[in-house]
Design a protein around this ligand. Structure first.
Ligand code: NAD
Length: 488
């Protein structure tokens, strides 16, 4: 996301040592496991490292350590907790070069974008400490005062996807720890290494057990959501998995926050300057090789400018370089993993079989999980490439002529994460924004978020919210204290 920040700094990149090994961080200790999982470089498809695979015993140890640490951490003055979070942010920032190189190898995103995510995560962690948890006073009369405090929940289970593995982990770690909880973080098995390395780097920053990082195979997530030691699950991932998480959490009524999938619409009105907006619209859809929860996934273009904008976007798809993210000048990397690659290729092949018009981008490397940046020229609204979240570089362009109709079409989805309206008439765009059933709407911009603004999916895009004070309060529960006044 843009909020990773463009820090305008010169970035130098190190290569990751090939003999580097990775460990879980449990109770402040590096923990190695007998079982391991292979980690592939999506730019080659080859295994380049192994990650530890935590089992039920490791999970139990992590939860026990976090539970023990909670007693002290929850009573640690908030200013001290904030100071340690700021220190953690500085350490991540200081290691940005090393972490970015590792990030690109496991995630595939070109190095500048990888560095932006690391630096953005550090910025986010630090900025979050500017938030204060309020004590609300709901009554203050001659006889009594009622205070509502927001107290920590206990041990938080954080489950993170592979598209923004570091930033999205920090979105959970920062507020969870600030509020006085302890945490066990699980990155995706497709992108575990950068998060494991951050766990190692921060092992001495927090008291043992406050921040634990574990990873493992497909069985680990369900083991975590079912674990009785967690008070809260903060999950980011697909809507399908989110439903399973909610079901599992229901058994013992764990608190949950779910940040899920999207099928975001951008609506482009006829008064835009096509040449000026084309590149922004393109990036809004294809950033991180279109693997962004809030990327534009359906681009509605007014019929008066449709052909011109379509041709400009197609030219960008042909011109912008796709390749190995370690190479200079590469703009877009591979799809992150093989199952996702097969899914995206399957969607494109199905569109081809259905006779839809595909506008393909430039050549891509043959090795690795590369897919040409692909536009679909005005497919019907019920084509699978329109109704499903592709989460990969295939974007349907959809023609419209009537505002009421395009608003209806934009809202005609189970999702409601974000959306965008593009127009020279900002007032008109805002009026349309109010009619979109989403948690966020951008006017003449996209992919923006800030540490102080909640991201909250509507409909099946989420449950609860992250970021801002409301996101911070999701890691707390209200506790009302009724205090009699002296002599009453
Ligand atoms: P995913 O749901 O497959 O996996 C997400 C995480 O959940 C991974 O760590 C995975 O190991 C774990 N997991 C898988 N099955 C589980 C289960 N049964 N119980 C518990 N954990 C389980 O998602 P993904 O493919 O990694 O990520 C892509 C999806 O994430 C897209 O739909 C995207 O839109 C969404 N996403 C949403 C946001 C947001 O803020 N709303 C942000 C980024 C990504």
């Amino acid at each position: 996301m843009d909020s990773e920040g463009d820090h305008g700094e010169e970035i130098t990149f190190m290569s990751t040592p090939s003999n580097q090994t990775y460990a879980l961080t449990i109770d402040g200790q590096a923990v190695r496991t007998a079982a391991m999982i292979d980690v592939r470089n999506p730019a080659t498809g080859e295994v380049f490292a192994q990650a530890p695979a935590a089992g039920a015993d490791d999970l139990d140890r992590a939860v026990a350590a976090a539970s023990h640490a909670f007693e002290q951490w929850s009573r640690t003055p908030v200013a001290e907790r904030k100071a340690l979070l700021v220190k953690a942010a500085r350490i991540i920032d200081d290691h940005a070069d090393e972490l970015a190189a590792l990030f690109t190898r496991e995630q595939g995103r070109p190095l500048p974008g990888a560095a932006a995510e690391i630096k953005g995560a550090a910025m986010w962690l630090k900025a979050g400490t500017m938030l204060d948890i309020p004590v609300e006073v709901t009554e203050d009369t001659a006889t009594r005062r009622i205070e509502v405090h927001h107290v920590p929940l206990g041990v938080v289970c954080a489950i993170v996807p592979w598209n923004f593995p570091v930033l999205l982990a920090i979105w959970k770690i920062g507020p969870a720890l600030l509020a006085g909880n302890t945490i066990v973080v699980k990155p995706s098995p497709f992108t575990p290494l950068t998060t494991l390395r951050i766990g190692e780097l921060l092992a001495d920053v927090f008291p043992p057990g406050v921040l634990n990082v574990i990873c493992g195979g497909d069985e680990l997530g369900p083991l975590m959501t079912a674990h009785k030691g967690f008070a809260k699950i903060s999950f980011t991932g697909s809507t399908a998995t989110g439903r399973r998480v909610m079901e599992s959490a229901a058994r013992d009524l764990k608190r949950i926050t779910l940040e899920l999938g999207g099928n975001d619409a951008a609506i482009v009105l006829p008064d835009v300057d096509v040449d000026a907006v084309a590149a922004q619209l393109f990036e809004g859809a294809f950033h991180n090789t279109a693997q962004v929860c809030v990327a534009t996934k359906r681009l509605f273009i007014h019929e008066d400018i449709y052909d011109r904008l379509r041709d400009r976007l197609h030219q960008l798809a042909k011109d912008l370089p796709v390749g190995d993210g370690t190479q200079q000048g590469v703009r877009y990397g591979p799809v992150q993993n093989e199952p996702q690659y097969r899914r995206v290729v399957g969607l494109i092949e199905e569109a081809r079989r259905e006779g839809l018009t595909l506008l393909e981008g430039g050549a891509v490397p043959e090795r690795g999980y590369f897919v040409p940046l692909t536009l679909v020229d005005n497919p019907p609204d019920d084509a699978r490439v329109v109704t499903e979240e592709a989460f990969g570089p295939v974007l349907p362009l959809l023609k419209f002529s009537d505002i009421d109709d395009v608003v209806r079409r934009a809202n005609d989805t189970e999702y409601g994460l974000a959306g965008a309206v593009w127009s020279a008439d900002v007032e008109q765009a805002v009026a349309i924004a109010h009619r979109l059933d989403t948690g966020t709407v951008w006017i003449n911009q996209n992919l923006q978020s800030t540490p102080f603004t909640p991201l909250a999916g509507a409909k099946q895009s989420g449950f609860g919210q992250e970021n801002g004070l409301p996101g911070l309060l999701e890691f707390t529960r209200p506790k009302a204290i009724y205090i009699p006044k002296a002599g009453k």
